[in-house]
Design a protein around this ligand. Structure first.
Ligand code: AKG
Length: 269
């Protein structure tokens, strides 16, 4: 469906699937030229100097075997780069997000993961443990920039967790995860590995448990542009995410949710 905005019937199908499953894959949502521009933009930023508050890589020879120190994720790059901001507010992403939500969205976060060969994954977690969206949930749009599969640490989602409350994490295995929180799965639920092609977009809600394992490929990066949005009717969010952006790019601030949540004090994603 690349090249045309989703038809009404397709939006309704997305809405129904998202409400029921808490996630869906929009195949080919972004066209090849858009994916190329995203990839080139982030490789340009990666090749440049460190970006305070967004990107602080360590020279490869000082990484001590942890390749992620040379290629850490970028946080909130839309605040420093106009092209990233344009993609965070890309009509095709926003149309899909709003079709899932059934209402307008505000953009809360952008990130970029390089995930080079040998990189650790990110242990199973729920995004609203961090975003603390109230009263609803955030929604993630995970955009595959490279082919993404289990060998190179592709994303896994856990069907059946879409309506759960926030689970309290324990400490993740630091050999397998670069983040320190991991949730246990309710009995009978299992991660579902997803294979995604460049331009495919995985949309999922803030309580759906998801994560990834290390990139065990010899030479394939697993790059992904990740955006988070909240329903425009949201009344609170963790203050770290302010200011948010409307579709037209205006900044808005939601009241900060300072409640520690069921697990005590939460940290930033
Ligand atoms: O891309 C990954 O490996 C994990 C991303 C993720 O879990 C997230 O953005 O919440």
């Amino acid at each position: 469906m690349a090249g045309s905005l989703a038809a009404v019937g397709e939006r309704e199908a997305w809405h129904a699937t998202y409400r029921h499953d808490g996630f869906l894959v929009a195949r080919g949502l972004l066209a090849a030229d858009a994916v190329r521009e995203i990839r080139e933009t982030f490789m340009r930023l990666q090749a440049g100097p460190p970006i305070p508050g967004c990107y602080a890589p360590v020279p490869l020879e000082q990484c001590g075997g942890d390749i992620l120190k040379a290629y850490p994720r970028m946080m909130q790059p839309h605040r420093v780069d106009a092209t990233v901001r344009r993609y965070l507010l890309h009509p095709r992403l926003l149309d899909a997000v709003e079709a899932c939500l059934g209402e307008s969205a505000l953009a809360a976060q952008s990130m970029f993961y390089f995930k080079p060969p040998g990189a650790r994954g990110q242990a199973l977690h729920q995004d609203d443990y961090y975003l603390k969206t109230r009263p609803g949930k955030c929604i993630a749009a995970w955009v595959a920039v490279d082919p993404s599969d289990q060998e190179n640490g592709g994303l896994q989602v856990v069907p059946g967790t879409q309506d759960l409350a926030i689970l309290c994490p324990h400490t993740a295995d630091p050999e397998a995860s670069f983040t320190k929180d991991e949730v246990d799965l309710p009995a009978g639920l299992r991660p579902l590995p997803l294979n995604l092609a460049p331009g495919d977009v995985l949309l999922f809600n803030g309580t759906l448990v998801h994560g990834s394992y290390p990139n065990t490929s010899r030479e394939r990066f697993r790059r992904a542009f990740i955006a988070h949005y909240v329903p425009a009717s949201s009344q609170q969010i963790s203050g770290w995410y302010n200011p948010l952006l409307t579709r037209s790019g205006d900044e808005v601030a939601l009241p900060a949710n300072t409640w520690g949540g069921p697990c005590g004090e939460e940290q930033d994603l």
